[in-house]
Each structure stands twice: as C-alpha cells, then as structure tokens.
Design a protein around this ligand. Structure first.
Ligand SMILES: Nc1nc2c(ncn2[C@@H]2O[C@H](COP(=O)(O)OP(=O)(O)OP(=O)(O)O)[C@@H](O)[C@H]2O)c(=O)[nH]1
Length: 415
C-alpha cells in the first residue's frame, strides 16, 4: 500500500523549525529559544492549498471536506509533516543528535530546510550576532551526503564484489543499497541518469561515489529553503547573499513567529487574517458589528509593525507558500473519490467532494483504489459523467482525478 507523502522540516537548533511547524498546523510542538527543544520527531498535520473540484462544477456552496476545509474552491488538504530534531555540523559522525536526526530523515519525501537568516544563532543554534547563514545551507547538505556516503563506504568492497559476481545493473545494486531510504527503482534510475559519463561501478572512486550520492539526494530529498526570521533587521543582507549564491534553489522568505502571532490574534478575535496573504483587518478597519474586539495602542503598534516589516514588504509571512513549494516538488495530484459520480456526494447527505487524497504524479488508478479502498475486489471504476475508467490509467488533473469505485457486491461497501 503506498505510504502517505511526508515533508520533513530540517535545520539547525533554534532556526525556527517548531515555530514553522506550529504556524502550519494546530500542533503544539514545544517552542523554545534553546537548542534541542525538539527531542522526538514531531509529526503533525499541515494543510496544503489546492484548487478544489467543487469549483469546476460551481458546487462551492455544497463542498464540505471530511478532512481539512474548502473556502470558495480553495481547498486545504492535510499533509503529514515531520519536525526533525536539531542537526549540527558533525552529525554524520554522531555529534549532537546526529544519527537520530539522520535516521528520522529516511522517511521524508521532501525537505523544508529552515534557515535562520537573522544571523543571531551560530551553527549549534547558540545565540550570537553576525553569523553567516550561507554556511548552514552548505553543511546541512554535507552532513546528509556524508551520512549516506558513510553507510555506502562501510560495505563498498562487498557491494562491488557482489555487483560483479551477480552481473547486476548499477540500478539494481544501488536500489538494494538505497532501499533503506525508501528509494524506488525509478528514483535510483533518475539519480543515475542525472550523472554524465558514469563509469562501471567497479571503477568508482570516492569522487564518483559522492557524485552518485548527490544525484540520489536531489531525487530523494528535493528541498525548499525557508529563509526564516525575515522580520529581523539583519535578514535582508543575508537573504541577498543566499539568493546570489543559490539562484537555482527554491527559497521562500518566512517569518514563522509572525504567522504564529497572527493566528493567535485570530483566535482571540482581535483580527481577521487571510492566511497566506498580506491582509489583516482590525476592529477599526471594519464595521462595528464585525465580531472583532478593539485593541489597546501597544497591540495596535505591533500590528502596524508587522504590516510594515513583514506583510507589506514580502506579501505574506511565507509559511503557507513554503508548504506549497515543498508539495510542488513532490508533484502531488489531488484525487477526489466520491460514492455517487453523478452528484459527487458521499455516503449520505448533500455535501460534495468529501474526500480528497494526494497521490504522486505517475500513480495509476489501481494504486488509488488500493490506497482508498484497501484490499477489496473492484468491479468497475467510473469517472465524471459515469464514464468507465481503466485501473491502468495514470491519474491526471482534470482528466481522471474524480473517481468512484464500485466494489464486487457482497464483498465490501463501495465508495
Ligand atoms: N524573530 C523571529 N524569531 C523566530 C522566528 N521563528 C522562530 N523564532 C524564534 O527562534 C527561537 C527558536 O525557535 P524554535 O521554533 O524553537 O526552533 P527549532 O529549530 O525548532 O529548535 P530546536 O527544537 O532546538 O531544534 C524561538 O525563540 C522562536 O521564537 C521568526 O520568524 N522570527
């Protein structure tokens, strides 16, 4: 059965991973200004915004997801997040929580690397001033590479002997080695194909091994940088440096602390705030019967600062966007499963498109069936208009992403 996609938050201690996770979820990950607040991997549910199928059929008013929510066709679908305990230089040699961190990482399908661009924490996450966060991007990649390389080199002699003796292909041999990281055959093939002029495996030296590991990392751990703490005055120059050095890397500017603060004020009914945007309304901006409470001047000043320093300058706090970017890297397709393909309703009631699940690009209807229905015998699959859909079809947005499975009668309920 395919596993649900998982996005890992990585970064040095105190870079703001827990705050970012909190800002994306309702989880209460511990937040602290000292290293290793997060000792156990912390799983939580984030919500990624997609275009809901309800708007294709002008049924926005009837859309009521079983999980997440839908706001005028903008649907927020759950996705699992993993806050990985702080990593420091030397982790691949076991420093800090190194090996534990790296082992937790195996399960992730994409990474959000939270970088503290304020320069106020050093590589170990201790308070400092003027630290250059460029270093963090480099050493974190290095530690992951060294960890994977270390695991490979430990057994290199026997790996190559077996490879030659069994006349295996490079893909087969590497698939066996990288299986522990959850690598599929297709992933290993993509990694190998990304390296030009790769010699036979028995001729690889350390340089070739590093190249292969880097190729594998790019496929297995596509990464988005969350350049966090942009509310800090020193952030600008550090962001420019990073963008200049890594023009090809996906990066989103974030202020996780601001997002957490805004969400708190929403709960306390001081503001109306559209997540992922720059729009914050306070009592004075709206009608007296808007349901908001008036603020004292100190709080009002803070909101003005947040508008000037974060929202109007950057367009948002960035946290919603960082999750969008990470999900984009995974190339996920939302699939809507309904019981009634004509009305798009579920088991009962008038509400439409109750279920939506994210699947990897390239998934077939058969794997959607297995993931959603379990091990039952499917009699037929229908798409929009009641058209028959083949189990072998590859799912595509707008084409066959709305499905109804009919189960062989007597075996199980259909959906
Ligand atoms: N100014 C500012 N501070 C932030 C931001 N995000 C997090 N912080 C602060 O940075 C400190 C560390 O944040 P955490 O979220 O605990 O960091 P962490 O990376 O999870 O740390 P570990 O659990 O030690 O790995 C806290 O004092 C946060 O309030 C931000 O966007 N701006």
């Amino acid at each position: 059965m395919p596993r649900d996609p998982l996005i890992g938050l990585v970064g040095k201690p105190s870079s703001g991973k827990s705050t970012t996770l909190n800002s994306l979820t309702d989880a209460n990950a511990k937040i602290g200004a000292f290293p290793f607040t997060t000792i156990d991997p912390n799983r939580a549910t984030g919500y990624v915004e997609i275009e809901c199928a309800c708007s294709r059929f002008q049924k926005e008013d009837l859309c009521k997801p079983n999980y997440g929510w839908c706001d005028h066709g903008k649907r927020h679908v759950p996705i699992e997040l993993l806050d990985v305990a702080g990593l420091i230089p030397g982790a691949s040699q076991g420093l800090g929580l190194g090996n534990k961190f790296l082992d937790d990482l195996r399960q992730a399908d994409a990474l959000i690397h939270v970088v503290d661009v304020s320069g106020t924490t050093n590589a170990e996450g201790k308070a400092t001033r003027g630290y250059d966060p460029l270093q963090d991007i480099e050493w974190l990649q290095d530690e992951i590479r060294l960890w994977i390389e270390g695991n490979l080199r430990k057994r290199w002699g026997s790996i190559v002997r077996r490879h030659v003796a069994t006349k295996s292909s490079v893909a087969e041999t590497l698939r066996a080695q990288f299986g522990g990281y959850g690598a599929s055959k297709e992933m290993v093939a993509r990694a190998i194909n990304s390296i030009p002029n790769l010699p036979p495996m028995e001729d690889w030296d350390n340089v070739w091994i590093s190249k292969v590991v880097l190729g594998f990392m790019a496929v297995k751990f596509p990464t988005v940088l969350a350049l966090n703490k942009i509310d800090h005055p020193d952030a600008d120059k550090n962001v420019s440096k990073i963008m200049l050095k890594y023009p090809e890397t996906s990066a989103v500017l974030t202020s996780a602390l601001t997002e957490v603060f805004l969400r708190k004020l929403v709960k306390q009914k001081f503001i109306k705030y559209e997540e992922g945007t720059e729009f914050v309304d306070i009592y004075e901006d709206l009608d007296p019967d808007c349901g908001l409470k008036p603020m004292d001047p100190v709080l009002k000043d803070r909101i003005d600062n947040i508008r000037d320093l974060v929202l109007y300058r950057f367009g948002s706090t960035g946290v919603v966007q960082v999750l969008q970017e990470a999900t984009k890297k995974l190339k996920l397709i939302p699939v809507f499963t309904v019981r009634n393909i004509l009305t798009f309703t579920g088991n009962s009631g008038k509400h439409v498109f109750r279920d939506c699940t994210l699947f990897k690009q390239g998934s077939k209807v058969a794997s959607v069936a297995r993931a959603i229905m379990g091990e039952v015998t499917i009699a037929s699959v229908e798409g929009v208009g009641g058209k028959r859909v083949s189990m072998d079809d590859v799912i595509e947005p707008g084409k066959n992403d709305i499905l109804s499975f009919k189960v062989v009668p007597g075996k199980s309920e259909d959906k």
